[in-house]
Design a protein around this ligand. Structure first.
Ligand code: ZN
Length: 692
């Protein structure tokens, strides 16, 4: 394992942080980041680190404290304030307290924080306090857990690491056994917790870090010496094929999961990964064994549950997903039932998998946000890889179900994941907006995202699309796909690509549109047809793929077509546009009739002249840039006067923005009222276009 310690970098942390936080905490922050930089040591909030030092409390008194990684911080990006300081002396008394409950422990830790607004210290805080060295580091190193999840784990660890390491039988993250072991061998500075991970400690950040890297390297060397059980990498062409299939497959899987959620629950999004390693692993005939019961370290069960689900797509991917998810639920329910017989009643977690391996396609993480889904795929990759590597030394023997259950259902661990409050109507929902590079599309995307949707922005123009994505601001909840709504094949592959982003769709907004100015006498047939191709055929093709995708999921959905005020109130010299938008309105009404039995609502919003996405006008309307001069001329105005003209002709004297259109889309798609086949004007009130 690479030793990342660098004196210059360490000094840079001291220069940056020592004045405000002290040198000890500056160096603690530095070496914690070194752990976080190595996924083979710690993943996503796993692992922790501490330093004992002296800080001043709110009364100005110097207090000996232990600064332990705080809950919610990741070692990879931790800052000094990510190490809440807890007074050391009361913690050392606390460990003596008989029958200390988890809740009591957390309350006592909070009560002795120097900063009452600091996050909770790690659940392994007391062990950090007990170990006498200044710096303590804890990881779930892949190589260490590969050796300890084995029937002869102790012998393997001894062979790899020698005698100067404490070995502690698995115990729910706590301190009793570890404290006993340490009392017997106070000379050592490392401890392996079986089926869990490694602790090292030292007087300096460097000593503890280097001891850790040296031991993990020894474990890796033993695995290598036993002959790595080869992970067979898949060929790049197979990876490309898997990538291409993921989007068509994902909605089947997402539907099989989301159909089983109670009404009102946040839905799941999926995170798909495939590369040569993942595909090699999921295509291996040993996959069922590796996906089966047992995590590398107990913490992972909180994120991924103790086992993964495997779907072999076959001829009928919908039936395959249904069967595999059904079987997973049965197994998981049986596991929880058996545990309830042991420990008494618990609040059951949903029985759905968080990791789904699909031979030929890759691995899907399942979560209520793109981030939580991606965390599951990262853990899944390390789990498969480490189990495959461990085959070199014999059978992988995970922690017993009783122990895994205790961690998975441990109230403190569940508290880490639970985010307060009931989910909003768009939690875990995915929206696709076409024409998202334009003013209306970007405004609609902004409104849907603000409401809680993950949003896939689509446009035919990649540059415009990127500009819109930039304007909306980066985030895991935003993705972009380039496709042409007027091209049948492009729409199909575009929907596949969109579904690959978050696993499927719940809201589709056919918005892409073009316009042409000219009286019917002057209009040539090609121009007329080109407007129809996007505004009418494009809406038809988008509606059709939307319906196919939503039906695969079987969880209903919403389509909101962006129509036009011009359908009810047409304007001269704008025939091609008005006729095409009339088609779009009519298609939406037909779709509302055809899709209602699938729980799919189809509505129309009818905006009047939108010149920009928001009042600040970050994204100007491309359509108006093109037709503005013609429309202005037909009204005897200059181009500069147009926006004011449209604003002042409506009852509310409001300039309509893309965001206004988006707010109407959000309301329609919220399902708060049983509305389908409706046209909702978003025009500030134009009596000539009142819907009759
Ligand atoms: Zn741990």
């Amino acid at each position: 394992m690479l030793d990342r310690w660098n004196d210059d970098d360490a000094q840079a942390f001291v220069d940056r942080y020592a004045a405000a936080h002290g040198e000890a905490l500056a160096l603690r922050t530095y070496s914690a980041r070194l752990f976080g930089a190595e996924p083979q040591l710690v993943l996503h909030g796993g692992g922790n680190a501490s330093v004992k030092t002296v800080q001043t409390d709110l009364l100005g008194d110097a207090v000996e404290v232990c600064c332990v990684k705080g809950s919610g911080w990741d070692l990879a990006s931790i800052e000094p304030q990510g190490f809440p300081a807890v007074a050391l002396a009361p913690m050392l008394r606390l460990v003596q307290s008989p029958a200390l409950t988890d809740e009591h422990m957390v309350a006592a830790q909070r009560a002795h924080l120097l900063d009452p607004y600091a996050p909770n210290p790690s659940i392994e805080c007391l062990l950090h306090c007990l170990l006498p060295a200044a710096y303590v580091d804890h990881s779930h190193a892949d190589a260490i857990v590969a050796l300890t999840n084995h029937p002869d784990g102790e012998a393997l660890i001894r062979e790899a690491l020698g005698e100067d390491v404490l070995l502690v039988d698995y115990v729910k993250p706590g301190f009793d056994l570890a404290a006993e072991a340490f009392a017997a061998r106070p000379d050592v500075s490392a401890m392996v917790l079986m089926q869990h991970g490694l602790f090292t400690w030292g007087d300096t950040a460097e000593d503890s870090y280097r001891a850790h890297i040296a031991l993990v390297s020894k474990a890796e060397a033993l695995l290598a010496a036993r002959g790595e059980a080869g992970i067979r990498l898949a060929p790049p062409t197979a990876v490309e094929a898997a990538q291409a299939q993921a989007g068509a497959f994902a909605p089947w899987l997402r539907g099989a999961l989301n159909r089983r959620l109670p009404a009102g629950a946040a839905r799941f999004v999926l995170h798909h990964v495939v590369d040569e390693e993942i595909l090699g692993l999921v295509d291996d005939d040993r996959l069922a064994r590796w996906a089966g019961f047992g995590t590398l370290t107990p913490d992972h069960s909180i994120r991924t549950k103790p086992a993964a689900c495997v779907v072999v797509p076959g001829e009928d991917p919908g039936a395959a997903c249904e069967a595999a998810v059904g079987a997973y639920i049965e197994d998981y329910t049986a596991y929880v039932d058996a545990q309830i017989a042991r420990v008494g009643p618990v609040t059951r977690l949903d029985p759905l998998p968080r990791v789904v391996h699909v031979p030929g396609i890759g691995t899907f993480g399942v979560g209520t946000s793109p981030k939580s889904a991606a965390i599951c795929t990262d853990i899944a990759r390390h789990t498969l890889r480490t189990k495959a590597r461990a085959e070199a030394i014999g059978p992988f023997e995970p922690l017993a179900a009783d122990h895994l259950f205790d961690v998975e259902y441990w109230s403190l661990e569940q508290a880490k994941l639970a985010k307060g409050g009931a989910p909003g109507p768009f939690a875990g929902r995915v929206a696709l907006v076409t024409g998202a590079g334009g003013a209306i599309g970007a405004g609609v995307a902004r409104a849907l995202r603000a409401a809680g949707c993950c949003v896939v922005l689509a446009d035919v123009d990649g540059d415009r699309l990127e500009a819109a994505a930039q304007a909306l601001g980066p985030g895991r909840d935003l993705a972009t796909v380039v496709f042409d709504v007027a091209d049948e094949a492009s729409v199909r592959t575009g929907f596949d690509a969109a579904c690959a982003c978050f696993g499927g769709l719940d809201v589709v907004v056919p918005n892409a549109g073009v316009a042409a100015v000219g009286t019917l006498v002057d209009l040539d047939a090609d121009t007329f047809a080109s407007v129809q191709a996007v505004n009418a055929t494009g809406v038809f093709l988008t509606l059709r793929e939307a319906a196919r995708t939503l039906r695969r999921q079987g969880t209903g959905g919403d389509v909101v077509v962006v129509g036009s005020k011009n359908v009810a109130g047409p304007g001269a010299a704008f025939g091609a546009y008005s006729a095409s938008k009339a088609s779009a309105h009519q298609l939406a009404k037909i779709a509302a009739m055809e899709l209602a039995s699938d729980g799919i609502r189809v509505n129309v919003v009818a905006p009047d002249a939108v010149f920009a996405d928001t009042a600040d006008g970050a994204i100007p309307s491309g359509l108006w840039a093109e037709i503005g001069p013609g429309r202005a001329a037909s009204k005897g105005l200059s181009v500069d006067e147009l926006a004011a003209h449209y604003r002042d002709r409506n009852l509310l004297r409001t300039g309509i923005t893309g965001l206004h259109v988006g707010e109407a889309v959000v309301w329609l798609a919220s399902g708060r009222a049983p509305v389908t086949g409706a046209v909702v004007p978003v025009d500030g009130g134009v009596p000539a276009a009142f819907v009759r």
